[in-house]
Design a protein around this ligand. Structure first.
Ligand code: OFO
Length: 174
């Protein structure tokens, strides 16, 4: 059985992952409308991944005898000044999610809940990868700049980071 404090923080994380999925959907939609089709594809795919992260928590809580709660989600910010601002926001989101995951790991240890501590390691590794990924995208803006055709080339490079494209609704793999 999950301790109430662990169940509560895992349910909080369901909300964090769901909100992340919506934020990425908003990022993707902005890129789609502005003609950055590569970035849109990548971000739609990432939105689907965040939903998968949410579902993994959802199942874990119920499997451990707790009760997963479907969260209310605030409308995400949807207007951006530039493609770079979209990716700065995405990076900032990842930093905040990492902090939230770290709090779960700390609580699981404090409560001697080693099963949850073990479960949350997957998210710790995932956050490391995602922070690095978004930092590497921001580096592209620094390296080539945003003048002339450079945004087009950045968009093409971002599309190369997609993992697949089998979701007919979004162009992203589910
Ligand atoms: Fe859920 O992985 Fe990023 O936020």
């Amino acid at each position: 059985m999950l301790k109430p404090s662990v169940e509560a923080i895992l349910n909080r994380q369901i909300g964090v992952e769901s909100a992340a999925s919506y934020k990425y959907l908003a990022f993707a939609s902005w890129c789609d409308v502005e003609g950055y089709s590569g970035a849109a594809k990548f971000l739609y795919e990432h939105s689907d991944e965040e939903r998968m992260h949410m579902m993994k928590l959802f199942r874990y809580i119920n499997d451990k005898g707790g009760k997963s709660v479907v969260p209310a989600i605030d409308m995400p910010h949807q207007d951006f000044k530039s493609l770079k601002e979209v990716f700065e926001s995405a990076y900032q989101n990842e930093v905040e999610v990492t902090e939230s995951i770290n709090q779960i790991a700390a609580l699981a240890l404090q409560e001697a809940d080693f099963t949850t501590y073990n479960f949350i390691q997957w998210y710790i590794n995932e956050q490391l990868e995602e922070e690095n990924l978004y930092r590497s995208i921001l580096d592209k803006f620094k390296l080539v700049g945003e003048e002339g055709n450079n945004l087009y080339f950045i968009d093409v490079e971002i599309e190369k980071l997609c993992k697949g494209s089998s979701n007919p609704a979004t162009g992203a793999e589910s």
